[in-house]
Write a protein that binds this ligand. Sequence first.
Ligand code: F6P
Length: 466
Amino acid sequence: MNRTVIVSNRLPPLDRDEASAGGLAVGISAALAESGGTWLGWDGQIDCEPDHGSRIQQITPYTIIALALSADEHAGYYIGFANRALWPVLHGRADLVRFDPADFALYRAVNARFAKQLAAAAHDADAVWVHDYHFLCMGEALRRLGIRLPIGFFLHVPFPPADTLAALPCHRNLIGALSAFDLVGFQSENDLRNFCDYATRYLGAAVSEDGTVAVGGRQFSVGVFPIGIDTRGFSALAESKEAGVLRERLRGCFEGQLGVIGVDRLDYTKGLERRFRAFERLLETSPAHFRQAFLLQIAAPSRMAIPEYAALRDRLEALSGRINARHARIDWTPVRYINRTFSQTRLAALYRLSRVGLVTPLRDGMNLVAKEFVAAQSANDPGVLVLSRYAGAAERLSGALLVNPYDIDGMAAAMRRALVMCLEERRERYREMISELRDHDVHGWREDYLRALVAAHRRSLAGGRQ
Ligand code: F6P
């Protein structure tokens, strides 16, 4: 089997417990836990030195190559293009796109610089696996450097409808660059459909039934590879002694009430304001749950240099304060809103103590929190997952209560249904979901993707790739 060289913007957490709220790095590190390989990415530092060095660390089982960004690169590549232009458009928010050609130039330059480092680290029999929207131009940069290895790309976030994407002025250059990869993978069937529609209408590509895309004399493959979690590992974490001790300590905070839990990065795509309003609607329309249930929302601060994120934080603080001021009693706080990162062990304990997992993004590539919530439940007395139909996870988690995250009344009704659901139905739904999560975990995801990448590479060579 080929050794894998991974590229992603974020590097893996040094300690599993450092990570919270799902996320790409946690997913990939679980995938590489057995196989090992080399992982190249941003070390999270902003370095003033113009000559960028790399730090190499051996963190069994992988070698990490950590690169710093200069202040200009951080502002143009990460904040500017990746998170103020690409992130909103990929999540269907063309209204929030702030496009600056200088940011796009820095984005390409960082792709090229990381590609150079990667080319120096790659061996003959390696397969290269590029992750997420930060590196859409990485395949092209690697091919320009003469790299002939299998190079795959996986998009962790959604691929939007073609006309939405076309609102981004540089869309043709950017998406056309994907043809340098051998395999482009998506989270959901919906993403793949949107991509094929885009490629046909805007790039003049020919897309075959078998997932081969021919465009501008190049040929590559596309497919759906929904990312999973380390299901057995996360269940074991929730059952561990350490999580058990935490659970006993936290149980007192639940005071016999039913907990509804949400865990997200603080991001406008996560639907947090509507979620708060839906919980308030539940309190207003369901007296039985007044004083008997509470919403625990953990929202880890994220990308605070971007005005939309800072403004969202302010609005959520005001909204949770208003709901509590209006409905709280001396001995009961309906919304417990926390802006902090929690360890995986603490999250696993909290998921297991909660009756309802509330995952209601307006748009999400997959959403691993939904999967972790299910994996943390006990088979005897499981909680219920209320899940947005616009999260990639909804395509296969048929045991969840699916909701429209724009429909406040509908979400309140789903929460009510989840809170009163009988044990038999909760067990039945849990069984359905946990068997899906065990059958399609992160290890299978990695194997399926890498197998498909090798096959796609053979096909692109046969199709004439230089
Ligand atoms: O899942 C999408 C993603 O952008 C990942 O690439 C990233 O690890 C995560 O969200 C957190 O975002 P950021 O790296 O910008 O803090």
